[in-house]
Design a binder for this molecule. Structure first.
Ligand SMILES: [Mn+2]
Length: 424
């Protein structure tokens, strides 16, 4: 299914008057609205190929319908999201779930939808049917050099696929760790992992980045070999200038101060990428902004502050990706909500009066500092975000149009009621 441009225009026309009223009201009390709008138009979020189908839990999976059956259909789905919001201009692939058999035609198809390829993701957290050695006791940390070699070779293969598609980064998330005390020698596991990562790093093209993603626990429940930002930063520093830490919002222990982590990683020039999602308890992979929107705003505030301090381009200098999973919602609706939540938090953070905040911090005026942040957070920026969409040719209300156009019903007609997205 394709969404014709005239349908978006017709829809926007219908809602133009009300939007104009709301936008003008909000804009009238803000300064530099044009600057904010341009930043919002430029900001693009990578959609993970694995979030286009219904996810499951270890207790079961309740299938959705009309899910993409192959890589082409996954690209089509991201194309639909991008047509609706013009903020989802990239797709992040997972190997081996999305091996492009014909890279040039896949690349051309993505370009037709205005999409580029964000970070490539390797997978050594499960065994594939044709795999020689098992990752049951880890991959890059494994006591057996042959297993480590297999994991390294897989990552190099992923880089090759990425090069063919025009991607320029590799995300390595390792489930390596241990589930019981005594199972693992921590130092040996770290050294083995470092050595393996160094071999992958050596295969990176010059213009590529490697993102080392950390996670506190799960699937291992006693230790994780890349367990937190400190460990990831150790690897990134030892690997070299092309290696960075990737922060996944759901990969922390409860109540971790993620905004502070982000700030310090940026200070060190070692924040490379971001995985957005939301959670209540652990790696819940819920819709961005559905549980802790204030935290998301605070993170964006630090991101902007830290990026501006280093003269970084918000839109291009970090990898912005969603990493979520949807068990009960329509995956496309959920992704539309997630992108919207990200844009809202980014817009709010752009409104923070940084000069005033710096002054208040200097005066130790704690109450004033809070006022300044919350003034921005409590601004209803939805009309600003909608205006940015309008200017980039997207729908004023993506989710509403998605439903009015009966996108899912169309996809079910095309693909069938019982389809399963690869990899889930
Ligand atoms: Mn992630």
């Amino acid at each position: 299914m394709q969404i014709e441009k005239y349908k978006i225009d017709e829809f926007n026309q219908k809602h133009a008057q009300e939007h104009k009223r709301r936008f003008e009201f909000t804009a009238s009390s803000l300064h530099n609205v044009e600057g904010v709008l341009q930043k919002l138009v430029d900001f693009q979020i990578g959609i993970p190929s694995w979030a286009l189908g219904t996810g499951g839990t270890r207790f079961g999976r309740f299938s959705g319908s009309g899910e993409p059956r192959n890589l082409e259909e996954k690209i089509e789905d991201v194309g639909l999201l991008h047509a609706l919001n013009q903020s989802s201009g990239a797709i992040s692939l997972h190997i081996p779930w999305d091996i492009p058999t014909n890279a040039s035609s896949i690349k051309a198809l993505a370009a037709q939808h205005g999409l580029r390829f964000d970070a490539m993701n390797s997978n050594t957290f499960q065994d594939q049917p044709d795999q020689k050695l098992s990752y049951k006791f880890g991959s890059m940390q494994h006591v057996d050099k042959a297993v480590r070699r297999q994991a390294v070779e897989h990552n190099i293969e992923v880089i090759k696929h990425g090069v063919a598609l025009g991607s320029d980064s590799l995300t390595v998330w390792l489930s390596d760790g241990s589930s019981f005390p005594g199972q693992l020698n921590f130092r040996k596991a770290f050294q083995n992992t470092l050595e393996s990562l160094q071999e992958v790093y050596a295969a990176l093209p010059d213009n590529w980045k490697m993102f080392v993603e950390y996670k506190a626990f799960e699937p291992n429940f006693y230790s994780t070999t890349v367990g937190d930002w400190g460990q990831s930063l150790l690897y990134a520093n030892k690997l070299g200038p092309k290696a960075y830490t990737l922060v996944d919002l759901g990969h922390h222990l409860p109540n971790a101060n993620i905004e502070q982590i982000v700030s310090l990683l940026l200070m060190e020039g070692k924040l490379g990428g971001f995985h957005f999602n939301d959670s209540k308890y652990g790696d819940d992979d819920l819709t961005v902004g559905s549980i802790k929107p204030y935290q998301l705003f605070l993170i964006f505030h630090e991101l902007i502050e830290g990026m501006d301090a280093r003269g970084m381009n918000h839109a291009t200098d970090l990898g912005w990706m969603i990493d979520a999973s949807h068990n009960i919602k329509d995956p496309l609706e959920d992704l539309l909500q997630s992108v919207e939540a990200i844009m809202i938090a980014y817009a709010q953070a752009l409104l923070v009066d940084r000069k005033a905040l710096t002054g208040a911090q200097q005066q130790n005026d704690v109450a004033r500092c809070q006022e300044i942040l919350q003034e921005a957070y409590r601004t209803d920026v939805r009309p600003i975000v909608a205006e940015a969409r309008l200017r980039s040719g997207a729908a004023l209300r993506p989710l509403q149009l998605f439903r009015e156009l009966k996108v899912r019903e169309n996809l079910i007609n095309e693909r069938g009621l019982k389809t399963v997205a690869t990899g889930l």
